[in-house]
Design a protein around this ligand. Structure first.
Ligand code: 48H
Length: 260
């Protein structure tokens, strides 16, 4: 029998398809599903993975980093409080100290360093995928309903797929799209939060403090982290200072580590 030669065209496609499906199948059941790859979601998923927790990160867009890229009004620098020196060291982020109060770094430096660590820690990243709904059983979140962002954008009538997770983290930023969906749905009994409170005006000091306080479980099985915490629980916005976002991701990861 003549052995068929495997073409490069076939080999390249097969390797990509095989790898993707292996990763997806493995993550259809995981410990924590983090939705949103901004600063809060990146820090949260990194700490979880570092602690041997099986974590999948779903990001609607092609690139991760969320609002970091935009810096302030597209000036691509961001600040954090000097108390984050340890965290910057952990992620190997280059920075300068300004006014003995802030650490300043470039937006690409911050995204690149966070993403490098997230990948090395073993977080499985699924970009181009949106969480469009939740799986809720016996009044507890136990998974996500997923679809391609392209399907969502084109408004195609394509049914989603589901995945199961012991916990879901809503790190979707201002949109708080996961928690919003939960609250819209009929048949859920809200106890930890009464609804979406909405963000308050710009106040850097309060916003930064509140985002950490508000980062918690808002429904059995569902945590909010980052700007979605302030959007859900009614905290102030704070502009392009990202210390609160990173510490919020850390707080949620540490709460989850205790639970898992
Ligand atoms: C998959 C989704 C979905 C979905 C959204 O906006 P982010 O950077 O969020 P945070 O909380 O990590 O950081 C907030 C910060 O960037 C910010 O906006 C600040 C500090 N604002 C202050 C102010 O005053 O304005 O990232 C969220 C990510 C994005 O990449 C979205 O694409 C993604 O979540 N996302 N991914 N499924 N349903 N919804």
């Amino acid at each position: 029998m003549i052995k068929e030669k495997i073409t490069e065209e076939y080999a390249v496609s097969k390797i990509i398809v095989d790898n993707y499906f292996k990763k997806l199948k493995n993550m259809l059941s995981c410990d924590v599903a983090v939705v949103g790859g901004g600063p809060a979601g990146l820090v949260c998923s990194y700490i979880l993975a570092k602690n041997n927790i099986k974590v999948a990160l779903f990001e609607r867009k092609a690139s991760l980093g969320g609002g970091i890229w935009g810096g302030g009004m597209m000036f691509n620098f961001i600040l954090v409080q000097k108390e984050l020196k340890g965290m910057f060291k952990e992620f190997n982020i280059n920075y300068e100290v300004v006014d003995n109060r802030y650490l300043v770094t470039g937006a690409p430096e911050l995204v690149g360093s966070l993403l490098f660590s997230v990948c090395k820690a073993g977080v499985e990243i699924f970009n181009f995928i949106s969480a469009e709904d939740l799986v809720v059983k016996k009044n507890r979140v136990c998974g996500l309903v997923l679809n391609w962002t392209a399907v969502e954008m084109a408004k195609l009538h394509v049914d989603p797929l589901n995945m199961e997770a012991k916990y879901v983290v809503d790190a979707t930023g201002h949109e708080c799209s996961v928690t919003k969906k939960l609250i819209e749905r009929k048949g859920v009994k809200l106890e930890l939060v009464s609804g979406i409170h909405g963000e308050k005006f710009m106040n850097v000091e309060l916003g930064e403090r509140e985002v950490i306080e508000n980062s918690k479980e808002v429904f059995p099985g569902l945590f909010v982290a980052g700007m979605s915490a302030n959007a859900v629980l009614g905290g102030h916005r704070m502009g392009p200072i990202f210390g609160g976002m990173m510490l919020s991701g850390k707080k949620v990861a540490e709460s989850l580590i205790k639970k898992l």
